[in-house]
Design a binder for this molecule. Structure first.
Ligand SMILES: Cc1cc2nc3c(=O)[nH]c(=O)nc-3n(C[C@H](O)[C@H](O)[C@H](O)COP(=O)(O)OP(=O)(O)OC[C@H]3O[C@@H](n4cnc5c(N)ncnc54)[C@H](O)[C@@H]3O)c2cc1C
Length: 482
């Protein structure tokens, strides 16, 4: 019976970075994920901002880990080949009352140790961002904030953990946890895994994982956030991430460029009951339009190419819940990781590893650890001369499959075979952006389906968008008609 040193439950950005962090030491690590791929929860649908850290209450874990995580982000993303841009953020004020809030955020930011803060007047603001609405009277500027690709970060982290010896168990929902002779027995899908320590990084379901060891000390509620994504034609409308003054429900509606050159507006903040409900609504999107137009009056909503929603994990406590269960000091909760969880994630991973070490986990350095990873987009980063050389060796790199995002067959084949293997259309989309452009997969889906089927050795009718029952094709037209 193999017994892992640590089992990490949930391969979102938090669990994936924690698994990677643990592989820096001589430890056996299992990363257990319910879904068919990593990064399908909150990590797959959020604003993708590395927040400066002026918003969380000073002294909280949120404040400390946000500031540290965002500081770590440039080096970490470079190491893992993940898109990141230090574009800076602005909190816009539309009245003198808002300016009072902006100054309070500035003071709070200084207390939290945030770098690059300044308060701008109307003239300075409009000079910096000419397309910001004339109604804006000033802003809080934060030059240490950035934008990142969240799902590529999680995927690269999980992949790098696997490169360094971690075992990834996909399609393995944890349904029961027992403990015998000091060892956890974790039922995960069809298998039972054993581990000395468990880290509960199950996002919106982390309270349900806690209940499996008899711990009902916290609960996590869903809060939905709806977005609209605009075409790359709008990507340069603003260069900073534009917030409005935050409220109790969150950071308000933002307008931001993405690392891939699109423009993102949203999210709403609506408490719901269904943890799996990520549908957009007409009312939600109308609200986003109205609120975003307040920040940038000239937004052109005809350029919207898709809309989507993400589900926040809102805990019944004010701070991130990163502590051992009262019932078991080898069972660590890394739960209630709402915003700024993405920003904080690199620091959360380090902090969680430190907590595990305090409870006896032996952190002996793994001298073989290699933290670097080749970008999924390495081919497009080459010069024309280098590209021609690669194509001469492998003509698949000369065949463009997704025209909107310029994704080649060579990159697709590589993503299918590289850990964590992309086995669905969405998995390819998250790694390479195939199907994420203006046509939203209209042209490339048949080709992607063909390549997936060929490389996985399955029939095209078995190729899935994401979950078990999400196949696209039912058979050949002639056969179906009969
Ligand atoms: C609308 C919205 C906007 C946001 N904007 C930002 C932002 O701009 N900046 C920022 O810093 N943060 C932001 N956040 C927060 C950020 O997205 C989260 O903090 C972060 O993604 C949390 O990562 P996670 O790994 O904890 O959770 P998740 O990504 O949800 O991962 C949890 C994983 O656990 C798996 N799981 C669940 N149950 C089980 C089980 N029984 N067995 C095995 N696996 C299981 C899930 O399938 C999932 O993959 C936003 C969040 C939302 C929803």
């Amino acid at each position: 019976m193999k017994c892992f040193d640590v089992a990490v439950i949930g391969a979102g950005v938090v669990g994936s970075l924690l698994a990677r962090e643990l592989t820096k030491y001589e430890l056996s690590v299992a990363l257990i994920e319910a879904r068919e791929d990593v990064a399908t929860g909150a990590t797959s649908a959020n604003s993708a901002i590395a927040h400066g850290g002026f918003d969380p209450v000073p002294g909280t874990l949120k404040a400390k880990l946000n500031v540290r995580g965002t500081q770590m982000m440039p080096a970490l993303t470079k190491e893992l080949g993940v898109p990141y841009r230090a574009n800076g953020s602005l909190v816009l004020a539309f009245s003198e009352d808002d300016m009072v809030s902006v100054r309070a955020l500035y003071e709070r930011g200084l207390q939290n140790g945030v770098d690059g803060l300044s308060v701008l007047n109307a003239e300075e603001l409009h000079e910096l961002e000419p397309n910001v609405s004339d109604e804006a009277v000033g802003a809080l500027r934060c030059t240490s904030a950035g934008i990142v690709c969240p799902y590529t970060l999680a995927t690269a982290a999980a992949g790098n953990a696997v490169d360094n010896g971690a075992e990834l168990f996909l399609s393995s929902p944890v349904t029961a946890i027992d403990k015998k002779d000091g060892i956890f027995c974790i039922r995960a899908g069809k298998q039972v895994l054993h581990a000395k320590y468990v880290a509960n990084c199950a996002g919106i379901f982390s309270d349900e994982i806690a209940r499996m060891v008899g711990d009902d000390s916290f609960c996590v509620k869903p809060r939905i956030g709806e977005y609209m994504l605009m075409d790359k034609s709008e990507g340069n409308l603003v260069s900073h991430t534009l917030f409005q003054v935050p409220s109790k429900m969150g950071k308000g509606i933002l307008v931001t460029p993405t690392v891939h050159g699109n423009l993102l507006v949203g999210p709403t903040a609506l408490n719901t009951e269904d943890k799996q409900d990520d549908a957009t609504t007409r009312e939600g999107l109308e609200f986003v339009k109205k609120a975003a137009t307040r920040s940038v009056a000239c937004l052109n909503f005809r350029t919207v190419i898709t809309s989507f929603a993400g589900v926040r994990s809102v805990p019944n406590e004010e701070d991130f819940i990163i502590r051992f269960s009262k019932w078991d000091n080898h069972f660590l909760h890394v739960a209630g990781i709402e915003s700024p969880g993405l920003s904080a994630s690199p620091a959360i991973a380090q902090y969680a590893a430190e907590l595990l070490a305090n409870e006896g986990l032996n952190l002996t350095e793994n001298k073989q650890f290699n933290g670097s990873r080749k970008s999924y987009h390495w081919f497009s980063e080459l010069s024309m001369e280098e590209k021609n050389k690669v194509i001469a060796e492998n003509p698949a790199f000369g065949r463009v499959v997704c025209r909107c995002e310029t994704v080649t067959e060579g990159e697709i084949v590589e993503a299918i075979h590289r850990a964590p293997k992309a086995m669905t259309l969405d998995a390819l989309k998250h790694r390479l952006r195939s199907g994420m452009g203006r046509c939203q997969g209209g042209f490339c889906t048949p080709l992607l389906t063909e390549i997936l089927a060929r490389e996985l050795g399955i029939d095209q009718t078995e190729v899935r968008k994401n979950t078990e029952h999400s196949t696209l094709l039912v058979g050949r037209a002639k056969e179906v008609q009969q």
